[in-house]
Design a binder for this molecule. Structure first.
Ligand SMILES: [Fe+2]
Ligand SMILES: [Fe+2]
Length: 307
């Protein structure tokens, strides 16, 4: 049997658990409306009063984070295509992908409306960047459906943290409310994907460990194709909204703990080897984070000396 067929069969074998987790999600999900949280009363015509930066009320780093998060959400059609295309049309995962897509769709609606109503973005630039991002598209190369769950577990948790921190650092009650709503959805999505991964891990540890290792070894957020991604990512990292340390300590480590990767027993030699490699990832990330922080401190010291 090919590796891909094995992966497909593994997902099929946990379909009862997928259906159960989806039911749990439906009970838990909070139904909310973007129009209830967006401050429309602040909106003014961009024709009569063109945008300029002095109108913005949030700090540049927070605006950068909100815009990067928004552009990432804007690429939803590609994420839908990947998730929906990885599973059979009449499967519980196809049903999940439609529900998930509908919920995700409100995130860009809410964040865009907030940014436009409060004039915290250049509306022309934002639209140009949306077009650039979406015409570039997004792809995830691995055809392995098991990897979809390992990737989305980490990605949804990372997104939850990044949205929530952007809201907290915004120092604005309304931005905080918008981003908290979005982050709560991301958290529920994260719990679903993590739960399916847990079920598969029990069933076929070697296969799932391989997928987790591939995903976490070189994890990339889906927004890397957005214009000036690296410059924006550094600004967000500096602001403590999302960076390597947060990724290691608040995404990778909690996932490994939840999946009890260190306590898995009865593994064959291949799986035990991957288990070790996965357990070494947080430490490697922390050293990268320390190197990054040291570079920033040096840079700041040089800037202070020049001032
Ligand atoms: Fe989202
Ligand atoms: Fe999400």
């Amino acid at each position: 049997m090919s590796a891909l067929t094995e992966s497909v069969e593994l997902v099929v074998s946990v379909e009862p658990e997928i259906a159960r987790l989806m039911g749990e999600h439906r009970d838990r999900r909070q139904h909310w409306y973007a129009h209830d949280v967006v401050p429309w009363e602040l909106g003014r015509s961009f024709r009569d009063e063109p945008w300029n930066e002095s109108q913005a009320t949030l700090s540049p780093e927070v605006r950068t984070a909100l815009q990067l998060n928004l552009l990432t959400e804007d690429n939803l059609p590609y994420y839908h295509a990947k998730i929906n295309g990885s599973f059979a049309e009449d499967s519980p995962m196809a049903e999940w992908s439609r529900l998930w897509t509908a919920e995700e769709g409100q995130h860009s609606i809410a964040i865009r409306n907030y940014l436009l109503a409060t004039r915290n973005c250049d509306p022309t630039l934002l639209e140009d960047e949306r077009l650039a991002t979406m015409t570039k598209g997004w792809r995830y190369d691995s055809p392995c459906p098991v990897e979809v769950f390992a990737y989305t577990s980490a990605q949804e948790l990372a997104t939850r943290i990044s949205h929530r921190n952007a809201g907290v650092k915004a120092d604005c009650e309304i931005a905080h409310e918008v981003m908290t709503r979005v982050a709560v959805d991301e958290n529920h999505h994260f719990m679903f994907y993590r739960g399916v991964t847990t079920a598969m891990l029990k069933q076929a540890p070697t296969k799932v460990l391989e997928a987790i290792h591939r995903v976490l070894l070189d994890f990339r957020m889906p927004g890397t194709g957005i214009p000036n991604f690296n410059r924006r990512a550094v600004s967000i990292a500096r602001a403590g909204i999302y960076n390597l340390r947060i990724h290691a300590e608040q995404v990778v480590q909690p996932l490994l703990r939840h999946w009890r990767i260190d306590a898995l027993e009865g593994l064959d030699a291949r799986a035990a080897e991957i288990q070790e490699k996965i357990l070494a990832i947080p430490e490697a990330l922390i050293s990268q984070a320390e190197a990054f922080e040291a570079r920033l401190t040096k840079k700041d010291a040089r800037a202070a000396a020049r001032a």
